[in-house]
Write a protein that binds this ligand. Sequence first.
Ligand SMILES: Cc1cc2nc3c(=O)[nH]c(=O)nc-3n(C[C@H](O)[C@H](O)[C@H](O)COP(=O)(O)OP(=O)(O)OC[C@H]3O[C@@H](n4cnc5c(N)ncnc54)[C@H](O)[C@@H]3O)c2cc1C
Length: 392
Amino acid sequence: MTKKILILGGGTGGVVAALTLAEAKKEYGLDYEITVVNRDEWHYMPPLWMDVALNGTPIDKTRAPLKGLEKYGVNVVIGEATKISLADRKVELADGKSLGYDYLFVTLGLRNGWEDIPGYAEEGYHNYSPEGAVELHKALNEFKGGKVVIVTPEIPFRCGIYPMEMATVLGNRFHVRGIPAEITLLNPKIPGTNLDITWSLGPDIGRLWTKYFKMYGVKVEPHDGIEKVDPTRKVVVARGGKEYPYDLLIKIPMPRPPKVLETDEFPKDPSGRFTVAKPRDFRHPQYDEVFLTGEHAMPPVGLGTAGVFIHAASHKAAQVLLRDEFGVGTVQEIPPVVCVAYVADKGFMGACEVTFDGERYNWRNCYNVMESYLMKMTKHAFYQGWLDRLRV
Ligand SMILES: Cc1cc2nc3c(=O)[nH]c(=O)nc-3n(C[C@H](O)[C@H](O)[C@H](O)COP(=O)(O)OP(=O)(O)OC[C@H]3O[C@@H](n4cnc5c(N)ncnc54)[C@H](O)[C@@H]3O)c2cc1C
């Protein structure tokens, strides 16, 4: 009988799993149907929201219609998953429909958590959603100078280099426009050290950020936690009471699991923020037919909360399914991941080697491959090429 593969989430992880499985189905003549469920009709490329915030790039340039997957033989259902019953192999949607499966991929990203710090939800700007990016763009256009505070309350967080990217890009923007601004990065410390997240990808990338911080006078204030944001006095209060006044507050959300995964059927790590999967193959700890490869599953297996890791994890999990359940192909271990980031008016390519020690992945050995204007263009070209695969 035709097997049913259901993929929850049409973001980075969902699209990579769907395309890997669709390609194998064609190549090996396999008998299964692939369905992707997503709460809205769009596949977004979140890194491009930086361009929305800074340059007013239209939102349409940051997304492609998920229905574009249909040309690869993938079914697309637009709907919000409200309940997942792993014991019954059933997913319920907000419109009352339900979908069964033989194999399930859960790739639902992370929820932006703002609520755990008093004042944090109400104050400041961010570009962790398309709407947020449009608001931040307006705020940046209206900003005529003063204190800019970029606050990251905790680690890990979505896209671990984003605050440093934003600080250097803004440093350059204010410099070329002659806007008198003082930028402060309120960065959490790396646990067990006195170093802040500037250094979380190792010394080579840390030195790169530091060079640009010096160039644009960006100050780094490491903290042990954020107590509150006081919107009347316009200050961020760090643990211990130290206050940081701001004219413009740019905030990074705290990672929280998607609501539909907040059940006992999806065990969490000790922090309660991330779902647990078996590191070797990304299978659910109890249900072998369920694979967890979204951002919500990365830190417990030792991988980072960034698209490059989710891409690698989803590709590997799809290969595991093909080899173990359909008897085709081989499983490639996660290769070094390469990421192209913004820095000031340029881009740089960073590479992180990934090793697997039998229990967890390790990837902290990162280095700067190239820093150039060309890298910024490469980043844009890569993302637009990625989205073009779904554009019809
Ligand atoms: C501003 C920003 C910059 C970034 N920059 C980079 C970068 O330069 N490099 C990099 O590698 N990564 C970057 N990232 C991170 C990268 O975008 C994410 O790690 C990646 O998109 C996560 O993939 P995912 O499939 O787990 O989740 P997502 O891509 O977030 O997709 C999850 C999907 O699930 C859907 N969904 C959620 N809940 C439900 C539900 N209940 N029912 C149905 N559908 C649901 C959502 O609508 C969404 O389409 C950045 C992220 C942000 C926000």
